[in-house]
Design a protein around this ligand. Structure first.
Ligand code: SAH
Length: 382
């Protein structure tokens, strides 16, 4: 049976992995080697442009092209708006199938370009310091909408960086949403990003970031070898429950245990990233640094400190740089590798945690978003 995309009733081709293409071709009675041809057409721009329909795929028979066009579509989000920061950071507002707007950010650096993509419209987890969480959950992005973000970015950026062989060198699932509550779409999308027939991005440079959905990390163990970042933000359960409510369901001990399993699964000297958003007077004391150091003792990890980025309506404040540096030093003294994330794109509200998009109609109230988070988390366990 051919499974189609629920809303459009058409197959969502941009999110198809090689295996999925081969299975579809087999069902259609076609040769499976066409899968590689189709992947190349879909994910490699031709003279700077990606294909948007099957007519260009001249090495496929006309009958196969028309059959594929009947069954599915090459759908990517619609570009609604674009903003450019004085520091070169770019933010796109993109329209998803649901009609809501999600955000994507590109952060250029001298030797790399990082694309921060969204996995959901809104977010059910309601972390107390995150703008996306304030909107509640609206819907999952499809695998094709996640890959579509990468296509949009590459098409727009390649002409701006003509001397770079590859303009997007890193992808982080750190935009709107919780990727591990949308694994059916995120895992195939990540697979296509890392596949040489897709975008060929190294597994070390594709990162899934999670607030700590333990069953999702368990699932990663058998499914992917992408990099993993954990949004920890607190070294004990009491404080973490206040900042990251999903900690009530999956406490720190369970989270670190599954992280150790994932690092073992990755092998070959790979480490997990621990993200720690520093909030003035909340989690930024040297005592917290000492606690964190003790907690992470046995986990192969590096630590990324993110000074809090304010957004309208928040009660939190960013600590001084001196406080951040002292916290960093404390951890470095214990031999951790610790980076401080520089704030990029603040003038266009593109920094971590500032992404709000425009989540339409279906947005539930905060109370129902919390119920939703609970239900989703429960269904992940089942
Ligand atoms: N849901 C995923 C990915 C989205 S957020 C996760 O929780 O990891 C990406 C990162 O930005 C996370 O580490 C998140 O905790 C952090 N973040 C969210 N709001 C922030 C803010 N206002 N200031 C700084 N970092 C923030």
């Amino acid at each position: 049976m051919i499974e189609t995309h629920q809303q459009s009733e058409k197959l969502d081709y941009l999110g198809f992995t090689l295996d999925r293409w081969q299975a579809l071709l087999e069902t259609l009675g076609e040769k499976s080697y066409h899968a590689k041809q189709i992947m190349k057409w879909l994910h490699r721009p031709l003279r700077g442009r990606f294909v948007h329909d099957f007519s260009a795929m001249t090495d496929l028979s006309k009958s196969l092209r028309s059959r594929l066009a009947e069954l599915g579509e090459i759908h990517q989000p619609e570009e609604h708006d674009q903003f450019v920061s004085t520091d070169g950071t770019r933010k796109w507002l993109l329209k998803s199938r649901s009609g809501s707007l999600v955000e994507m950010v590109f952060i250029p650096e001298s030797s790399r370009g990082t694309l921060c993509v969204s996995s959901q419209v809104g977010c059910a987890l309601d972390c107390s310091f995150c703008a996306t969480g304030k909107q509640g959950f609206n819907s999952n992005l499809t695998a094709g909408e996640i890959i579509g973000q990468l296509r949009i970015a590459i098409a727009a950026l390649a002409p701006l960086y003509p001397d770079r062989r590859r303009v997007v060198t890193n992808v982080v699932m750190m935009g709107m949403g919780e990727p591990l509550l949308n694994t059916d779409n995120v895992f195939p999308a990540v697979n296509v990003m890392m596949d040489d027939l897709g975008y060929g991005i190294s597994k070390r440079r594709v990162t899934i970031s999670t607030a700590g959905v333990v069953p999702g990390i368990e699932k990663m163990c058998g499914t992917t070898d992408a990099s993993l970042a954990i949004s920890l933000h607190a070294p004990d359960n009491e404080l973490r429950c206040q900042l990251v409510p999903i900690n009530r369901k999956y406490p720190i001990e369970d989270l670190l245990q599954v992280c150790s399993r994932y690092v073992r699964h990755l092998g070959e000297k790979r480490r997990i990233t621990i993200e720690y958003t520093m909030i003035d007077g909340v989690n930024d004391s040297l005592a917290r640094a000492a606690q964190l150091s003790c907690l992470l003792r046995d986990l192969p990890c590096k630590i990324n400190l993110i000074p809090f980025n304010p957004f309208p309506g928040t009660v939190y404040r960013r600590p001084t740089m001196a406080t951040v540096r002292k916290f960093q030093e404390r951890l470095v003294n214990d031999n951790y590798s610790v980076t401080v994330r520089t704030t990029r794109g603040a003038d266009i509200q593109a920094a971590c945690g500032q992404l709000a998009g425009r989540v339409a109609a279906k947005t539930p109230s905060r109370a129902s978003a919390q119920r939703n988070a609970h239900q989703i988390a429960t269904s992940e366990v089942a």
